[in-house]
Design a protein around this ligand. Structure first.
Ligand SMILES: Nc1ncnc2c1ncn2[C@@H]1O[C@H](COP(=O)(O)OP(=O)(O)OP(=O)(O)O)[C@@H](O)[C@H]1O
Ligand SMILES: [Mg+2]
Length: 255
């Protein structure tokens, strides 16, 4: 399998608080990779760094062999990359094929389901393609079809999460980033969502990188996992192995 995303030794700070300390990881094309970690570990910060919402203090991020983010102080060193690819802003990263479903879903509550999906296709600039994509989404998430003229705020939490995922898929990404898709949802609904995620990966060939506090669900849904503590990757390996790891079991599976 080839590498789709590669993160090399990145650091991110919020003022004086360092949220990520030299994080390195990779996501292979076609895989489902998970990142687990407790509250405040730095999981969302990592996803934001990937899509260019948080600048890097050091390190770099590559997607499909192109540099998409690099620490400002390293830009001279990477000038030749800059010249070829430019250091990409969030829009450009999205255009390259990365879509983020943010933590807490961040749906546009006063817009209808249909309008939200249209927002997800803002950079597609092809009405026919957008219409076709929307039909695909309605077929894949029938509940969204029946709710398409409804304001998003009237949807249940699970429906809103489905909509947030559908919105991200409207741009036909190659890499889907999911920030705690199960957060605040009932176990049966979480199961539904993760079934959909598996189908998106297997049938649409979308590579998935998901972040979860719920380690059991995340590791069961993925082939490879990373464990983050206090802004550092402390453990990684095949998800099956992590599920059996005594440290993971004690710290994250409540065993
Ligand atoms: N905008 C911000 N300004 C200052 N500090 C922040 C900001 N966002 C996050 N942090 C801090 O950075 C650290 C990592 O936060 P982050 O949100 O990435 O964690 P997380 O693993 O996603 O946690 P959770 O599981 O609660 O979502 C925490 O200590 C947090 O308080
Ligand atoms: Mg978070």
């Amino acid at each position: 399998m080839s590498e789709l995303l590669r993160i090399d030794d990145i650091a991110v700070k919020y003022g004086n608080i360092q949220a990520l300390h030299g994080v390195s990881m990779k996501v292979d094309e076609g895989a489902v990779v998970s990142l687990i970690g407790a509250n405040g570990a730095g999981k969302s910060t990592l996803l934001k760094a990937i899509v260019g919402l948080e600048p890097l203090v050091s390190g770099s991020i590559q997607f499909q062999d192109s540099l998409i983010a690099v620490a400002a102080r390293d830009t001279t060193q990477h000038f030749r990359f800059r010249k070829n690819h430019d250091i990409l802003t969030t829009d450009k990263i999205a255009e390259q094929g990365i879509a983020l479903v943010p933590e807490g879903r961040r749906v546009f509550a006063d817009m209808t389901v249909e309008e939200n999906l249209d927002m997800g296709a803002f950079m597609v600039r092809d009405d026919k393609l957008t219409a076709r994509k929307k039909e695909e989404m309605y077929e894949f998430f029938p509940i969204l079809k029946s709710r398409r003229k409804q304001k998003t705020r009237s949807l249940s939490g699970g429906e809103q999460q489905m909509m947030a995922i559908a919105r991200a898929l409207m741009s036909s990404p190659r890499l889907l980033l999911l920030d705690e898709p199960g957060l605040g949802l009932a176990p049966l609904i979480i199961q539904d969502i993760f079934q959909k995620i598996a189908l998106i990966n297997q049938e649409d060939n979308v590579t998935v990188f998901l972040v979860e506090q719920n380690a059991k669900i995340a590791l069961r849904a993925s082939t490879h996992g990373y464990v983050m503590e206090n802004g550092r990757i402390v453990l990684s390996g095949p998800s099956e192995m992590l599920l059996e790891d005594p440290k993971v079991r004690a710290a994250y599976l409540g065993e």
